[in-house]
Design a protein around this ligand. Sequence first.
Ligand code: SF4
Ligand code: SF4
Length: 511
Amino acid sequence: GYHAARFAVGEDQTLRQAAPLAFAGARLFAGLAPQTVFISMTVLWWTHFLGIFAFCFFIPHSSHLHLVFAPFNAYWHTLAPKGALPKVTGDGRQFRLDGVADFTWKQLFDAYSCVKCGRCNGQCPGQLSGEEIKPKALTARLRKHVDKNAAKLLSNELAATKAETRKAPDEKKTAGKGKTKNKLVGEVYEQDFIWNCTTCGACMEACPVATEHLPKMIALRRHLVLAEGRVSKELQRVFTGIAGQGNPWGQPQQASPGWVRELSVPDLEENPQAEYLYYPGCAALFTERAQQTAAAFGKILQAAGVNFAIPGKETRCCGHMPRRLGQEPLFEEAVKDNIAAWRKQGVKKIITTCAHCYNTLRNEYPQYGGAFTVIHHADFIAGLLRAGKLTVRKSFPRTVTLHDPCYLGRYNDLVTAPRAVLRAVPALELKEMPRRGERTFCCGAGGGRFWTKPRADNLITGRRLQEAQSTGAEVIATACPYCELVFAEELKSGDASLEVLDIAEIVAESI
Ligand code: SF4
Ligand code: SF4
């Protein structure tokens, strides 16, 4: 309006082309006295100025705050690999998350960068399957919580409370002083909300302002497990198994599975010259279904003449599950023990058939100095086929759809190799699901839910199997034992009629 008035009094004529709408609007002032147009110009200028001025005050109280925060949030986004959770340092007391003052500045910054667009909810498998979880609420509730406690935060009262919390109980002199409004765990976030997350990472992938949901979710779990000791019986069994026997099944390490004996697979002590360590992961040592995958992969390695060995008895769980279940010290212990054992045995290259092990060995072991070359079996088989060291001759005349495990597809962008492997199998017809590759949909077992979520309450697995079924495929192929195990379990009683196979099993059948 202001510029239209200026055009009407003959000013700014050189800007006609740059402001065609304002130029057209100048006609509205035609026939008015020049004095009236000048007064209109002044009124319009001040209206514009005051509008912008008022908007600046409105910004901090609205979701438009992201206009200020989002560019910086994207700039300060972690540069660590997508699949690596940040390393936590310090003793057990630093795992507490009582209130605002216990979050890192970046976690609080995240909350104020959120546009409240809901894209994260739209990609969350839990939310889409009807479970009690909303990643958008993770940031929105945190912001609300901070706003409620802003006065205390500014007066440094919370920092004092935080220091007080760090003291042993008998040292506390001012219990209750400076308490935040709303307890963070229990009132702001319910326990179900915290445990329902599969850690699939779909929310972070979808967020336009680079919000990092997962570190906050895992911090809440650490608080529950380590600071409050709120651990279910199932979870306690898993932690005790890993702490005592080195695996979540709590089975004795010396139990050598049938496939190892049948194929006469040596361990590192028996074959110290092995070029590759095949780390099958706990599932392939202690569950029948995953042992079939390990046996198939063992056959492939032997057919291709690969010099490999499996770990010795001192090898433990890779640590992926305890870290995602909030048991950071158990994760660290496993990582350090494995690195020490493998260094002693001269291990340089590790192949694994588990997407979770792959992610942790590749992205999180370097945080503790474990720099190994880590290869997923999909990549390794694709390499053998490319190099002509492995030939698949027999037909596999079935329709197959491929489920990309989150820790392969989304976190590690490993999407081409499993497809190359399946396409190399004669007569196999690949039928893709709409959610695939980097944009895959979780199987429902991630984030330790394999252990914590009763099958009847796990709505994600059934939904994913329906997606697979709707492609018309007969087989759902995957490349992770946990996906395989939950699918197999769901298929026993669910509506879908599919067979679940690992890509290694399909290849082994065809050589
Ligand atoms: S990580 Fe996955 S399950 Fe967890 S909140 Fe994000 S999208 Fe949902
Ligand atoms: S996608 Fe990002 S910006 Fe949008 S609601 Fe979720 S956290 Fe907020």
